[in-house]
Design a protein. Structure first.
Length: 74
């Protein structure tokens, strides 16, 4: 059962990386605002957060779940 839990935990790896990248991008955009205002530049900021789950991680979880089910049926 531990391997199922480990595989499930890895499903969050890609979304967590994407959230960190989104936060870094947001901070960079916000940090640039004072300089852009000082130069009287128009400011439009568009931020997009897309979360994905890695196909290999999904497949690993499915395999671990199948194995766990087989072990339970024995």
């Amino acid at each position: 059962m531990t391997s199922v839990m480990d595989a499930a935990a890895h499903l969050a790896d890609a979304p967590l990386r994407e959230i960190r990248d989104f936060i870094d991008q947001t901070v960079a955009e916000i940090d640039a605002i004072p300089d852009r205002l000082a130069r009287d530049e128009p400011i439009t900021i568009t931020l997009e957060l897309i979360l994905t789950i890695d196909d290999e991680d999904k497949e690993r979880l499915n395999l671990e779940m199948d194995q766990a089910n087989k072990n339970i049926e024995r």
